[in-house]
Write a protein that binds this ligand. Structure first.
Ligand SMILES: [Zn+2]
Length: 354
C-alpha cells in the first residue's frame, strides 16, 4: 500500500528512482524495494521522502478513503461498458476526488461551494410532466433564469457539483453520477460532441435531483432524460422558440436552436413531443428523417463544441499564487511534473494543446 503511494508521488514529481534516492540519501535499490512493499522505510526516511516529494507523511498511509456511493451510469443508449473499463473510470474518478480532497485539506479557504437543491422540491414525483417544474425550480434556486446556459460545466462547478471528465478515453463511456460523502459527482466522457456531453451532464444531475423522489412506477432513466431536456430548455422556452402547436418542424430550424441552447436536434424533437407542440405522428416522421440519414448517431452540420472542467486547475494555481502550496505540491495535484508546471507558469504555451 505504501509502495504504491510512494510510486505515485515519485511519478507525480517526475523523478527517477535514482534522482529521488539522491535527494533522500538512500540507495535506488532500497527505494525500489519500498515501492514494491518489500521493505518499509524508517520514520526518518519517511520524513525525508515526504519533504522531497512535497507530500505530508500521512499521504503514504492513506488508503483509498474515497468511496463512491450510488453510482449511476449512463450507457443505456450505447453498448454496455465492460467491467474492466468501468473499473478504470471509477479509479480515475476516485483519484480526482482524492486530489480535490487534498487541496481542500491543505488550503485555508473553503473552496467548495456546498451543493444544494431548492427546499421546495416535491418529496414525491409521480409523473414525468411534474419534472418540468422541478427543473425550473432548480434553475431558479441557482439563479439561472430560463435562458441558454453557455458553459454548463462551469455553471455546475460554480454550484458545488464536482464535474470530471475522465482521462480514461473509451467511446463507450458517456457519463455517470455518484456521491461520496458530501460530494456530488458527475462524470462525462470527453470524446463526445458538446451537445451530447451537456445532455449527459444534465441527465446525471437529474439522477442526483430525482432519484430519491420518484415513485416506484417511474423509470429512473426516463425521468433523468426528461429532467435533462427541461433543464437545458425549459418548457416556456420551447413554446417561445417553436410555438405552442406545430404540424411540422424544419430540421434546420432545430439546428439553429441547437447552436443557441446546446441541445441536440434530436433533443429538440423530443422536447417538442414532451410539451405537446407536435403530435406523435409528426414525431415519428421526424425520427424517420433523423434515422434515415444517420443523424441519430452523428448530427448534421457543425458539432457543438465540448466543454472542459477548469475549476480544479484554476484553484491549484490560485493556491500556488497565494503560496499556500509548493510548486511540487501543485505539480502533484495536477498529475504533472514540476518541469511541465514551470512551462505553464512561464506561459510557454506553444505546445500546450495536449
Ligand atoms: Zn441514467
Amino acid at each position: 500500500m505504501l509502495g504504491a503511494r510512494l510510486h505515485q508521488a515519485r511519478k507525480a514529481n517526475g523523478l527517477s528512482l535514482r534522482a529521488l534516492a539522491e535527494k533522500v540519501g538512500v540507495s535506488a535499490m532500497m527505494l525500489s524495494k519500498y515501492e514494491r512493499d518489500e521493505s518499509t522505510p524508517s520514520s526518518s526516511v519517511l520524513i525525508e521522502l515526504s519533504n522531497a516529494l512535497g507530500v505530508r507523511a500521512e499521504y503514504f498511509f492513506r488508503t483509498a478513503q474515497i468511496e463512491l456511493e450510488r453510482v449511476e451510469h449512463r450507457n443505456r443508449h450505447r453498448w454496455k461498458l465492460p467491467k474492466i473499463a468501468e473499473t478504470k473510470v471509477l479509479a480515475d474518478v476516485r483519484d480526482q476526488l482524492e486530489r480535490w480532497h487534498e487541496l481542500d485539506e491543505i488550503t485555508p479557504a473553503p473552496w467548495s461551494v456546498q451543493f444544494s437543491l431548492p427546499d421546495d422540491l416535491p418529496d414525491s414525483i409521480d409523473s414525468l410532466d411534474q419534472i418540468e417544474t422541478v427543473a425550473v425550480l432548480v434553475r431558479e434556486h441557482w439563479e439561472l433564469g430560463l435562458n441558454p446556459i453557455p458553459d454548463l460545466i462551469d455553471t455546475l462547478e460554480a454550484r458545488g457539483l464536482k464535474v470530471f471528465t475522465t482521462r480514461f478515453d473509451d467511446p463507450r463511456f458517456e457519463g455517470m453520477s455518484a456521491r461520496s460523502g458530501d460530494h456530488h459527482v458527475v462524470v462525462v466522457g470527453r470524446m463526445w460532441p458538446g451537445d451530447r456531453q451537456r445532455f449527459t451532464l444534465a441527465h446525471e444531475l437529474g439522477h442526483l435531483v430525482l432519484d430519491d423522489r420518484l415513485v416506484d412506477e417511474l423509470d429512473k432513466e426516463k425521468a433523468a432524460d426528461r429532467f435533462a431536456g427541461a433543464f437545458l430548455v425549459p418548457a416556456q422556452k420551447v413554446f417561445e422558440a417553436l410555438g405552442v402547436h406545430r404540424r411540422l418542424l424544419e430540421i434546420y430550424e432545430l439546428y439553429l436552436l441547437k447552436q443557441e441552447f446546446g441541445l441536440s436536434i434530436s433533443g429538440w424533437i423530443h422536447r417538442a413531443l414532451d410539451n405537446g407542440v407536435i403530435a406523435k405522428t409528426t414525431h415519428a416522421a421526424l425520427r424517420r428523417i433523423m434515422v434515415g440519414n444517420g443523424w441519430d448517431k452523428t448530427e448534421p452540420g457543425d458539432q457543438y463544441p465540448p466543454e472542459t472542467p477548469r475549476l480544479f486547475e484554476q484553484t491549484v494555481y490560485r493556491a500556488l499564487g497565494e503560496r499556500w502550496i509548493s510548486e511540487s505540491k501543485a505539480a502533484e495535484l495536477l498529475s504533472t511534473t514540476v518541469r511541465d508546471l514551470g512551462t505553464f507558469r512561464r506561459m510557454e504555451l506553444v505546445n500546450a494543446d495536449s
